[in-house]
Structures are given as structure tokens and as C-alpha cells.
Ligand binder design. Sequence first.
Ligand SMILES: NC(=O)c1ccc[n+]([C@@H]2O[C@H](COP(=O)([O-])OP(=O)(O)OC[C@H]3O[C@@H](n4cnc5c(N)ncnc54)[C@H](O)[C@@H]3O)[C@@H](O)[C@H]2O)c1
Length: 268
Amino acid sequence: MNICIIGCGSIGRRLARALENMDEVENIHFIERKKEKVEALAEEIAKVKYADDFEDILEKCQLVVETASQGAVKEYVPKALEKGKDVVVMSIGAFVDDDLREKCKLLAKQNNCKIYFPSGAICGIDGLSAASTEEIEEVILISYKSPKALKDLKYFAKQGIKLGDIKKPKVVYEGFARDAVQHFPKNVNVAATIAIAGLGFERTRVKIIVDPKATRNTHRLIVKSKSGEIESWTTNLPFPENPRTSYLAALSVISAVKKIIGNVWVGA
Ligand SMILES: NC(=O)c1ccc[n+]([C@@H]2O[C@H](COP(=O)([O-])OP(=O)(O)OC[C@H]3O[C@@H](n4cnc5c(N)ncnc54)[C@H](O)[C@@H]3O)[C@@H](O)[C@H]2O)c1
């Protein structure tokens, strides 16, 4: 099969390296603003090709994987779905936009194709998703961040919070996902994944804790439901090629694509 990857950044490149040795994958066509990035990768991986026309390349591809930006989701995902192509979306934060989310869901239904969201930087989405087929009482995402990871956010100036003055773990935000993603854009992908898998943006609770001793980003997911309680902790190491991305998030898209292409799917 031929795959189109949108975005030849840290995640897109790692995915291409993982697909390089998969016999099922014939060609990997990249849509990327910076052509030189694709050209450099094509020197390493023979299957990699630069694509300058998305609509043209769509005709040749069976799967589209977005690993670029929220802007790229808006620009390319509806077009791919209109053509009946399955799409894997990494910049899931784009789907905070209700209109875009509903439009894409409708296009996928009309054109008989699928939108896949990898679990990204958080564990427990499988359980949340199963629990959400019946009643869920509460979903809470608690993120523990170092002051460094939150610096430059306007939210703290508005609240009169000085991150440098925090000497022990302190709750700096408590609210619902819809509001949280406006103030903490770096949390947007994780919050959106949980909200879409469970109770939605208006009912998913988010708490941000600043921990001056934290050296990693930790996410704790708590689900209370009719089927029992789930609690997961994910402590993420940064991805070496891009410290703003969690290592596990980069691996989650590889795992998702392998499930889609392969014959065995654990955790479906
Ligand atoms: N779901 C999750 O949990 C999760 C976790 C980490 C990152 N992400 C998201 O995945 C995406 C990729 O992350 P990354 O670390 O590879 O980023 P990156 O900055 O290393 O790479 C992104 C690449 O996409 C290209 N690009 C961006 N917008 C484009 C557009 N409209 N058209 C063509 N090319 C475009 C950029 O030039 C860049 O080369 C980001 O949006 C990030 O927020 C999601």
C-alpha cells in the first residue's frame, strides 16, 4: 500500500523509519512545507517521496497520516475524507473545534472511511473508551508540570501567580476541558483525546499541578463509571528529536499504523 504522511517533523520521520521495513508499505509520500526535510529523509529511505499536490497524491494512497499541526488537520483531513481515505490524526487538539469535528465525522460516514486517533501521550484510553459505552460518572485529567514547562503562559500573569514562588506542588488550575485547552495549549492533544473518548469537552475535568521538583510531564487519568474505577499514570520522557513532544506519543502513531495495516489488533 501507499501511505501519505502530512508533516515531516520528528513524529513523521520516526513513523517513516518504522514503515521502512514493512513489506505492506510500498511508498511513503510526504506533504511538507519544507521540501528539504523530505529530500533529506529520502536519501536515507528509498520509499520516501516528496509530494507537491495533495489531491493528486490522494488518488495513489490508501491511508493518510497527519503528523503536522492543527492547521494541517483543517487543511487536509476533510479533503482526504471526501475522497474516502482513512485518516490517522495526531494533532487531535484541532478537534476542540466542534464544527470541524462534526464535519469530519459526517464526511467519514458519508464516504465510508475512518478517522483514527492514536492514544498519544496518555494511557488508559482503551479503558475509558470501553467504560464510555455505558454510564460514566466522572473523568478527571490531572497533569503535573514543572514551572519551566509552563513558562510564558498568559494565564499565570492574569491570575497573579508567580511560578518562581511555587516551592511545593500546587494546584494552579481546575476546570473543564473546553476552558483548559484555551489556557494550556500544550495540554490540548491529551485533553482532547480524553474528552473525545469519554465525556466530551464540557464534562471532562482538568486539573494542572505545578511541581517545582518535576523533571518530566506526568498525566494521571481517573475514570469513575458504572463498570468500576480506572486510574492510570503516564510519566513521559521527551522525544529526543523534539523535546516538546512526548516520546510515547511518537510511538503511539507507529503502533496505530501497524494495527491498521497489520492483521492483529490488541486493545481494540
Ligand atoms: N496526540 C498527542 O498526544 C500528540 C503528542 C505529541 C505531538 N502531537 C502533535 O503532533 C504534531 C506533530 O508533532 P512533531 O513533534 O512531529 O512536530 P514537528 O514540529 O517536529 O513537525 C511538524 C512538521 O509538520 C510540518 N507542517 C506543519 N504544518 C504543516 C502544513 N499545514 N502543511 C505541511 N507541513 C506542515 C512542519 O513544517 C514540520 O516539519 C503536532 O501538531 C503535535 O501537537 C500530538
